[in-house]
Write a protein that binds this ligand. Sequence first.
Ligand SMILES: [Zn+2]
Length: 78
Amino acid sequence: MTVFNCDEVLNKVYDYLHGELAEDDRSGIEKHLPECSDCAKEYALESTITAKIRSSSWNQISTEILVERAFMQAEKEE
Ligand SMILES: [Zn+2]
């Protein structure tokens, strides 16, 4: 059984939500989350974002991100 510390859990929480983790990693995270409020909070945040991305507002979000990136890029180039 894999045991993760907080850093490892936070690194993997995104992949976990997207179903991209191996069974071993998944069970390690599932064991850690109920025992750690910090990581549980981060997980809740990520899962909200993931749910939004998967919902109909995805187009709007991606447009916002693109616009933001474009602005950042423009600022860098000035
Ligand atoms: Zn933790």
